[in-house]
Design a protein around this ligand. Structure first.
Ligand code: G3P
Ligand code: CA
Length: 296
C-alpha cells in the first residue's frame, strides 16, 4: 500500500479513483466518485476530512501538558497524535507575528509588558516555559516563521488565530510569511474579528478561514458565509443540534473549542461535529477511537 505522508494530500491512485491517508485514524480512504482537488483545488482534502473523521486539534499545542503556544507544546501535541494544532498570534512593535495568547507577556513568561510595545528581540529574551514547569525553562515565544517551519517538519496543519486586539493590521505580514513558507494550502486562519478574515481572503483568496463564535455576534452562520469562511469555530457549550443542522445546510463545517472532558468530547463527536480543539489531544485521540463517528 502506498502511503501519502501529508494528511492534506489526495492522490490519484487510478483513473477516477482518489486516495487519501488520514493519519489521525491510520486509515486510507478512497473516493471513486469525488474529484477533491478539482472541487477544492486550494486546500486539497481539508474540507473532506469532515466525512472521514473528526479533526483532532491541539489547543495552543498540547497546553494541558506543556507551556501553551511554545514549540514544546507543539511537539507534545504531535507525540500525542494531534494532526492539527491551534495557536494564537499577536503583533510586535516591529511588526512581527509571534505565538502568544495574551496581549501582555505577564502570565506566560518571566517578563512584564505589552507585546505591542516590545520588539521581537525583547520578546525573544523572555523565558516562556518556566512558569509551567522547570523542565520547560528556556522555551521561547515562537515566531510565526518558526511555527510554519514546525508545520512542515512535523506534518501538521495549523489553525492560526489572529487576535482581534493584538494582530489587527498584521494581515499582510501573515500572508507574506505563509507565501514564503509555502504553507498557504495547509493553514486555516481563524478570528473572532470577521473583518480580519475578510481582509486575509481579499489579499489571498485561496486561504481557508474559520469564524470564531462565543455568542458575541448575531447570525454567526450568515456572518461566516459573508466573509467566505469554510468553518464556524464555536465555543463547545454553544453547540446545538439545530445549529449543526443549519451549518450543514449552508455547507459550513463546525469545529468547537475548548473541550477538555472526555464525556463532552464524546457527545460532540456523536453529534457529528467536524473538529474539536482541546488542551489534551491525548484525550481527543482516545475518545475518537471509541466514538460513533457520524460520517465514518
Ligand atoms: O481558537 C479557539 C479558542 O482558542 C479561542 O479562545 O481565548 O483560547 O484563544 P482562546
Ligand atoms: Ca486561540
Amino acid at each position: 500500500m502506498v502511503r501519502f505522508k501529508s494528511p492534506g494530500n489526495w492522490v490519484r491512485a487510478a483513473d477516477n479513483d482518489w486516495q487519501c491517508y488520514d493519519r489521525a485514524r491510520g486509515l486510507d480512504f478512497f473516493s471513486p466518485t469525488w474529484d477533491p482537488p478539482a472541487l477544492r483545488p486550494h486546500y486539497a482534502c481539508l474540507p473532506f476530512f469532515g466525512y472521514l473523521a473528526v479533526l483532532l486539534i491541539a489547543h495552543r499545542g498540547a497546553s494541558g501538558h506543556a507551556p501553551e503556544n511554545t514549540l514544546a507544546a507543539f511537539k507534545k501535541a504531535v507525540t500525542l497524535g494531534a494532526t492539527f494544532i491551534e495557536t494564537d498570534l499577536q503583533l510586535t512593535r516591529d511588526a512581527r507575528l509571534v505565538a502568544i495568547h495574551d496581549e501582555t507577556v505577564n502570565r506566560t513568561t518571566n517578563g512584564k509588558g505589552s507585546v505591542r510595545e516590545m520588539t521581537l528581540a525583547d520578546l525573544r529574551r523572555l523565558d516562556a516555559g518556566s512558569w509551567f514547569g522547570s523542565e520547560f525553562s528556556g522555551e521561547r515565544i515562537p515566531t510565526l516563521e518558526e511555527v510554519l517551519d514546525f508545520a512542515k517538519k512535523y506534518d501538521v496543519i495549523f489553525y492560526l488565530e489572529m487576535k482581534p486586539g493584538g494582530s489587527r493590521g498584521g494581515e499582510h505580514t501573515l500572508i507574506g510569511a505563509l507565501r514564503q513558507s509555502g504553507e498557504i494550502a495547509r493553514t486555516i486562519i481563524i478570528s473572532f474579528d470577521a473583518a480580519i478574515l475578510a481582509n486575509v481572503r481579499k489579499i489571498e483568496p485561496t486561504l481557508m478561514t474559520a469564524l470564531l463564535y462565543d455568542g458575541q455576534i448575531e447570525k454567526p452562520l450568515d456572518q461566516a458565509l459573508k466573509v467566505g469562511a469554510r468553518q464556524l469555530a464555536i465555543r463547545g457549550d454553544l453547540i446545538s443540534p439545530a445549529l449543526l443542522t443549519a451549518a450543514r445546510e449552508k455547507d459550513l463545517q463546525v469545529v468547537c473549542w475548548t473541550v477538555n472532558h472526555s464525556a463532552h468530547m464524546r457527545l460532540l463527536m456523536d453529534a457529528g461535529v467536524d473538529g474539536i480543539m482541546s488542551d489534551y489531544p491525548d484525550r481527543l485521540a482516545a475518545t475518537a477511537k471509541t466514538a460513533k463517528l457520524k460520517h465514518s
